[in-house]
Design a binder for this molecule. Sequence first.
Ligand SMILES: [Fe+2]
Length: 166
Amino acid sequence: MAINNLKDLYIEELKDLYDANQQANDTVEKLIDAATDTDLKAALERSIDGTKEGNAQIKAILDSHGEGVGNVTCQGMKGLTKEAEKHVLKEKYGDDSVRDAMLISQYQRMAHYAITGYGSVEAFAKRLGALEDAQKLETCKEQTMEGDLEFTKLAQGSINEAARAA
Ligand SMILES: [Fe+2]
């Protein structure tokens, strides 16, 4: 189906983001098993909950426009999850802290993709006058940004230093 206007684009991007979130969560589940630092594991668990909540909001928004979540495959997140799994799960590490540092680096690539996704649909919703949608999407964006910041703190607080000293 052709994307003819901003409303069509909005719906399409919501579906893309929904799929991106699902793909990210599938990979984050695997990253939890690979993580060593207990705070890092906990942050990953919280991120899964946050992403599920985000997808519940996206689904509700799509519903309110008479749309389902569709069967869009987000190629961007597909690439990012592939890269994360390759680096974190397949590469060999001499020390667990180095893997944890890589894990954060890969996780944040996925998180930032979601943040830009939320930012775009929030802007589209505002322009379309769908202010309730925009509010919800802004909250999702901010929660994802706050979650992302936790990973920066973990990296800069102890994990990068542990990897340096390994
Ligand atoms: Fe995408």
